[in-house]
Design a protein around this ligand. Structure first.
Ligand code: HEC
Ligand code: HEC
Ligand code: HEC
Ligand code: HEC
Ligand code: HEC
Ligand code: HEC
Ligand code: HEC
Length: 367
């Protein structure tokens, strides 16, 4: 075990001055003081209280520095709030048994929503679910730009296998790939369609920030470049010009659309028997689920902005594997009045064929 002894700080006049003027500054213990010991992979606990099983007390300082909490200025002692000072005369410079961290002290709205969920109600069966059963604690990252698959794998799919169940739902694979669990399971969470860039030629996804690099622009130049009429929304024409710009840079983008939940406290209200199963809620041209369509760009600090796109682009031929509002492919959906074009197309040829096949439809739509 690595134990550091440090001399007490000199009690200088300057210190007194700062102490009286700005107590917070004097009290806050710098992360580096904690990491001096805890960044050591060999550090383990003697007691068995708290944390994740194996007794390791290692905190990866570099990973921590990429967390949403560090980026937002949260210190170790903001969460481990019962450490008020470090006494380096002792082997362990703070209490050996620290209080459980209360995420709710900063995330009240999420905690309240979570209290009203099946995951809290199961405590009557003796199961207590912490916030970090889903979220990490030291390495919490922004999720707003994450794909449906990432969100599901990080969260729900850790404990549930959606293929055991949902027998009423056709095309399970498509739904679980394109619709985040909470879109159906958290009835009050706002949703949006998240457009991702997919290159038909290289067969890969681009992140928003890759697109900025390819266009050779900074984050704050994106909307001025694309939203030429400055109404705050990327309209259908503007969207098509944007595609052209990408093509000039050799990116043959089509757009992959996913239906995701917004980052909102309502995502926590998952309950029995309230999930969405009404096909028409989604599979109609005017579905409210598709009101918000956005392109996601990540800023340098890791935070994320959604840029609004007019929902009429959902009917664009350049959307990959997504149904549009005109034309029919699947009998079942025919019945409920939606229209499908282009499920599974993934090559330029397929793309062109679909374009040709859908010309009459697109004409009809434009009328
Ligand atoms: C001098 C080395 C040292 C420093 C500095 C240090 N710790 Fe620790 N810490 C330890 C040791 C050793 C343990 C294990 C105690 C035990 O054996 O149970 C520990 C345990 C912990 C635990 C687990 C407590 C529990 O209830 O199981 C937390 C959390 C923790 N430290 C946070 C911090 C934070 C936050 C800081 C900075 C404010 C910090 N430590 C500074 C050595 C240190
Ligand atoms: C967002 C809140 C948060 C921040 C910030 C935070 N911790 Fe923790 N930490 C937790 C939680 C939650 C646990 C799990 C146990 C518990 O509930 O107290 C934990 C557990 C630990 C443990 C026990 C080992 C483990 O991984 O379970 C150590 C050691 C520790 N923290 C040190 C630190 C240090 C050092 C920092 C700063 C670099 C830090 N923590 C910052 C929330 C936080
Ligand atoms: C069952 C899994 C689960 C648990 C447990 C959970 N969350 Fe979440 N949390 C989510 C999901 C899902 C989202 C939304 C992200 C998304 O749409 O993918 C989210 C988003 C968040 C956000 C960002 C959105 C916002 O409202 O700003 C915060 C903060 C948050 N959770 C805090 C908490 C806290 C605090 C707890 C404990 C009281 C907790 N979470 C417990 C699943 C969970
Ligand atoms: C001392 C205050 C504080 C504590 C305690 C705290 N957080 Fe946070 N948390 C923040 C701040 C500040 C942000 C960044 C601003 C925001 O998104 O709300 C944040 C952001 C988040 C996010 C949002 C990520 C995103 O996608 O925007 C999640 C998830 C989260 N915290 C989970 C937790 C969990 C889980 C715990 C308990 C282990 C916890 N927080 C404890 C202050 C705190
Ligand atoms: C840490 C494990 C864990 C995670 C992560 C988790 N759950 Fe659960 N979930 C449970 C447990 C345990 C139950 C209670 C099962 C029971 O009572 O039989 C449950 C119950 C449920 C139920 C009610 C089941 C029923 O029988 O009707 C639904 C719906 C549900 N979870 C959805 C989700 C969704 C959506 C997510 C992701 C946001 C998620 N869960 C994340 C463990 C988890
Ligand atoms: C298209 C909407 C939809 C999607 C997407 C969806 N579910 Fe469900 N799910 C339902 C409905 C409706 C039920 C029926 C029971 C209810 O209302 O809770 C259900 C039931 C469940 C149950 C409870 C019992 C069972 O049938 O197994 C769990 C657990 C569950 N879903 C987890 C998930 C997870 C995890 C995901 C994401 C991988 C997911 N669901 C995606 C609509 C959906
Ligand atoms: C929460 C919204 C939502 C609900 C509810 C929903 N779906 Fe879907 N469905 C989608 C999305 C998004 C896709 C993926 C789009 C795609 O693959 O083109 C999809 C895909 C499909 C597909 C596959 C399309 C293809 O191209 O292969 C079928 C079939 C389908 N849904 C039928 C249904 C039926 C039947 C119901 C009711 C039992 C239903 N859906 C409920 C959103 C939903």
């Amino acid at each position: 075990m690595k134990i550091l002894k440090k001399a007490p700080r000199p009690f200088s006049l300057c210190f007194v001055f700062v102490f009286w003027l700005w107590p917070a500054l004097a009290l806050a213990i710098d992360n580096s003081a904690c990491l001096d010991c805890h960044n050591d992979e060999g550090l383990t606990r003697e007691n068995t209280h708290g944390g994740h099983g194996n007794g390791s007390l290692f905190v990866d300082g570099i990973k921590f520095n990429h967390s949403v909490h560090h980026i937002n200025g949260i210190l170790c002692v903001d969460c481990h709030a019962d450490i008020e000072e470090l006494d380096f005369d002792k082997d362990v410079p703070h209490k050996k048994e620290l209080a459980k961290v209360a995420c709710a002290s900063c995330h009240d709205a999420e905690a309240v929503a979570f209290t009203n969920s099946v995951h809290t109600k199961i405590s009557s069966k003796g199961i207590t679910m912490t916030c970090y059963a889903c979220h990490d604690y030291h390495y919490t990252t922004h999720l707003a730009a994450a794909s449906v698959a990432d969100r599901e794998n990080n969260f729900c799919a850790k404990c549930h296998n959606p293929y055991q169940g949902h027998d009423w739902l056709p095309k399970k694979e498509e739904h679980f790939a394109f619709v985040e669990c909470t879109v159906c399971h958290a009835p009050e969470v706002p949703r949006h369609i998240h457009l991702k860039f997919f290159d038909l030629v290289t067969n890969k996804f681009y992140k928003g920030e890759d697109i900025l690099k390819i266009l050779g622009i900074r984050y704050d130049q994106f909307m001025p470049l694309v939203d030429t009429n400055k109404d705050g929304t990327i309209g259908k024409d503007e969207f098509e010009i944007f595609e052209l710009m990408l093509r000039q840079k050799n990116v043959h983008a089509i757009f992959h659309a996913e239906l995701v939940a917004e980052m909102a406290p309502g995502a926590h209200q998952v309950n029995r028997g309230v999930a969405e199963r009404n096909c028409e809620k989604c599979h109609t041209a005017d579905s409210a689920y598709f009101d918000a369509v956005t392109i996601v760009l990540t800023k340098e600090d890791g935070s994320v902005d959604h840029h609004q796109v007019d929902r009429s682009v959902l009917a664009s031929y350049s959307l990959r594997h997504f149904y549009i509002y005109a034309g029919t492919r699947v009998k079942l959906l025919d019945l409920i009045g939606i229209i499908l074009v282009g499920g599974g197309l993934c090559g330029v040829l397929g793309h062109l064929t679909i374009r040709i096949v859908t010309i009459p439809l697109r004409r009809k739509k434009d009328n």
